[in-house]
Design a protein around this ligand. Structure first.
Ligand code: PLP
Length: 352
């Protein structure tokens, strides 16, 4: 028995399923999870000393590879000055200025601690701003584990959301409407059914959590027009695409501006960070300026900000990182596509 197996045996006794997030459970891999000891550049090493090419990259944050020297140095320097103060710090202002001056749709931004938190806060802001309760999400899009967004995807368009998890009260999902990704008519039908009642439409601009489903060329731009016409806040959940698909995320890649954007993963450089931002008039609804309450003891944590901003600066200063990723990605999918063709398998390699 290897060390990973030993650790897993201990872990399942004290952590549900032995893991702190279910995606790590290897349920569909059919083996016990590998416990990771460390990493370097493109490699990770498990506790048994095995070396792997890391295609996961912590689900996005390690976009520069592991142990980037500049990021590490920034973290260490910052940590030596104290880990957390529960008070404002300069680096939070720098982070907000850095992002708002480079992402056109983001006029103001609030830092939080995870993608889940970013999304639930953005939705609250949108509801506060519009004075409406209902939201539209798309079946198959993942927006974190907050109650209102854990709805079961039914067949076709559903009117009242059904909880997709035990422990989520009916009341928490009754205002969550589910539409069909890439199907504008399904959204239009909801607007017709609930005129003037929909606060926000939230979408993964590239659906990355049901495999990879690309948006139809017209889908996002028509969603933009529809939301503008209906006075509904369009939220791009860029937790996985932000600073990754392009520096400006899907907004830049597809040339569409959302009213609110949520970030996570990449924005923290490997630290637990999320953020939501967008139009000033919506963001000024958030406390302490406005009546939408949202707070966080560790939000904007200086050590986390140091990791995040340093990684974002590197990405901003080196656009060739994005073209390089595209070329490397092309080699990978290109190879897969050639194999699929060669063996005449009914498979498709989706990528963007
Ligand atoms: C990962 C993800 C989330 C949730 O972020 P956490 O940091 O895991 O809470 C939300 N939305 C999208 C699109 C994601 O990929």
């Amino acid at each position: 028995m290897g060390r990973s197996e030993e650790l897993f045996e201990r872990a399942v006794k004290v952590i549900p399923g032995g893991v702190n997030s279910p995606v790590r459970a290897y349920g569909s891999v059919g083996m016990t999870p590998r416990f990771i000891e460390g990493a370097s550049g493109p490699y990770i090493f498990d506790v048994d000393g095995k070396k792997y090419i890391d295609y996961i990259g912590s689900w996005g944050p390690m976009i520069l590879g592991h142990n980037n020297r500049q990021v590490l140095d920034a973290v260490i320097r910052r940590a030596e000055n104290g880990l957390s103060f529960g008070a404002a710090t300069e680096i939070e202002v720098e982070m907000a200025e850095f992002i708002t001056s480079r992402i056109p749709s983001v006029e103001m931004i609030r830092m939080v601690n995870s993608g889940t938190e970013a999304v639930m806060s953005a939705i609250r802001a949108a509801r506060g701003y519009t004075g409406r309760d209902r939201i539209v999400k798309f079946a198959g899009c993942y927006h974190g584990h907050s109650d209102a967004l854990l709805v079961k995807a039914g067949s076709g368009v559903m009117t009242a959301g059904v909880p997709g998890s035990l422990g989520v009260p009916q009341g928490c999902t009754k205002d969550t409407l589910t539409a069909v990704y890439n199907n504008l008519e399904s959204v239009e039908a909801l607007f017709e059914k609930f005129p003037g009642e929909i606060a926000a439409v939230i979408v993964e601009p590239v659906a990355a959590n049901m495999g990879v489903v690309l948006p139809d060329p017209e889908f996002l731009s028509r969603l933009r027009q529809l939301c503008t016409r209906e006075g509904t806040v369009l939220i791009f959940d860029e937790v996985i695409t932000g600073f990754r698909l392009a520096f400006g995320g899907a907004q830049e890649y597809f040339g569409i501006q959302a009213d609110l954007v949520t970030y996570g993963k990449i924005i923290g450089g490997g630290m637990p960070v999320g953020a939501y931002g967008g139009k000033r008039e919506i963001m000024e609804m958030v406390s302490p300026v406005g009546g939408v309450y949202q707070a966080g003891t560790l939000s904007g944590n200086p050590v986390a900000m140091a990791a995040g901003i340093t990684q974002l600066q590197i990405l901003w200063e080196h656009p060739e990182i994005y073209t390089g990723m595209q070329e490397q990605g092309q080699r990978l999918y290109g190879g897969m596509e050639r194999l699929v063709e060669k063996y005449e398998k009914p498979w498709r390699v989706n990528h963007v």
